[in-house]
Every structure is written in structure tokens, then in C-alpha cells.
Design a protein around this ligand. Structure first.
Ligand SMILES: [Ca+2]
Ligand SMILES: [Ca+2]
Ligand SMILES: [Ca+2]
Length: 211
């Protein structure tokens, strides 16, 4: 009986270890710590689009939840001051560059802000507002402008492997520049094989306990 119980516990421990990497969840990769400077940084991240729900940048390692809704891209008025050009190169060597997080000299944010991959329905949203002195302000901190974005790079995510992300920021208005803490968030979905193994493990554990 003791032996059987040990076997069951061993199976469960193995399954928990396996599920850590493949069962899903948000994987955050550090891009840069915030400062008043131009951002110029490259990172490489291994991604399997078939097991990825969405990809976006955020100032924290997990989306910000407000009133039950998840947000990425920094829940703030202009986030990166003022924008960045993101160049992504996929494992096949194909690259694409998109201007992200753009806001004009008055602080009005337009265009893709934070979401890199995923459907609008699957991805967290982005919230932006403007300065009180801005004649083009799109909202306030209590009533922000909401961007329900699909990924700006969806067509580039065709194959599994290492993707290179290069962030280069720029300025639209005054000489004031800067950026918040930045992380690349990848929301990984569970692989069907992992779910199957977990169910199988549960069956073995339960059936062994019968004896
Ligand atoms: Ca911005
Ligand atoms: Ca969305
Ligand atoms: Ca600026």
C-alpha cells in the first residue's frame, strides 16, 4: 500500500513539473527598466505561434486588471514618450517594422499601441488618455480611450523558433523622452498532449489507489 501511494505521488510530482513549462500561462521577458532616455534594445524569445494566445508589451510581468478587464501596454496616458518602432524578425528571417505606442505632441495616442500577436477578442485591451492641457485629449484617467487591438504582426508568426524583437523609440514633440519598465508578455496556451497526460496521470493515480 505504501509503495502504491509513493508511485501515485511520484506520478503527480512528475506531471506538475512537466506542466510548469507546457500547461500555459504568461511568460514575461524583461526588455528594459524605465528611464528618461531613448529606448534601443533587442531581445530574442522562443515562440511557438500554435501554442500562443497573444503577445504584447506591458510595464509589469502580468496584465493590469481593472474592473475585471485585462490591460497591457502600461495603463497610462502616453506610456512610451512618445513612440517606438518595433522590428520583429521571425525564425525564417522575414522581418516587419511597425510604429507602436504613437502619440502626437499633444499626447493624443493613435495607431497600434501594445498588442503584437493575437485576435482582438483574445488580447487584453489598451487604455490611454491625454494631458489636461491637451486640446486633443482622448479621455481621462477615469474615462480612458480604449484600444481593442488585434496583433500588429499577426502575419509574421508562422513558425516555431526564436523571434528577435528590436525596440527603438522616437519623439514627436518637445525634447522630453522616456519609457516605463517594459516586458514582453507571451500568453501560452496548454498543449493538448499535456492535458492528455494529466488526465492519464489522474486515472493511474486513482486506479492504483483501488488496490
Ligand atoms: Ca506613446
Ligand atoms: Ca482585446
Ligand atoms: Ca516627447
Amino acid at each position: 500500500m505504501k509503495k502504491v501511494r509513493s508511485f501515485g505521488i511520484l506520478v503527480l510530482v512528475l506531471l506538475v513539473v512537466m506542466s510548469q513549462s507546457a500547461f500555459g500561462g504568461i511568460i514575461a521577458t524583461h526588455i528594459a527598466d524605465g528611464q528618461r532616455a531613448i529606448l534601443n534594445k533587442s531581445i530574442s524569445v522562443n515562440i511557438d505561434p500554435a501554442n500562443t494566445n497573444w503577445i504584447a508589451w506591458h510595464n509589469l510581468t502580468f496584465p493590469t486588471n481593472r474592473a475585471g478587464v485585462d490591460y497591457v501596454g502600461s495603463y497610462s496616458w502616453i506610456a512610451v514618450d512618445d513612440y517606438f518602432d518595433l522590428k520583429i524578425t521571425n525564425p525564417l528571417g522575414t522581418s516587419q517594422t511597425v510604429r507602436m505606442d504613437y502619440n502626437d505632441a499633444w499626447g493624443l495616442s493613435t495607431g497600434p499601441q501594445a498588442v503584437i500577436f493575437g485576435t482582438a477578442a483574445d488580447t487584453p485591451n489598451v487604455a490611454r488618455w491625454g494631458a489636461s492641457w491637451s486640446p486633443t485629449s482622448a479621455g481621462t484617467s477615469s474615462n480612458p480611450k480604449i484600444f481593442d487591438e488585434a496583433g500588429a504582426f499577426n502575419s509574421l508568426f508562422t513558425t516555431a523558433g526564436d523571434y528577435t524583437f528590436t525596440f527603438l523609440s522616437g519623439n514627436t514633440g518637445s525634447t522630453v523622452v522616456g519609457y516605463p519598465n517594459m516586458y514582453l508578455l507571451v500568453d501560452v496556451v496548454p498543449e493538448p498532449t499535456t492535458i492528455g497526460l494529466l488526465v492519464l496521470g489522474g486515472v493511474i493515480f486513482v486506479s492504483k489507489r483501488q488496490f
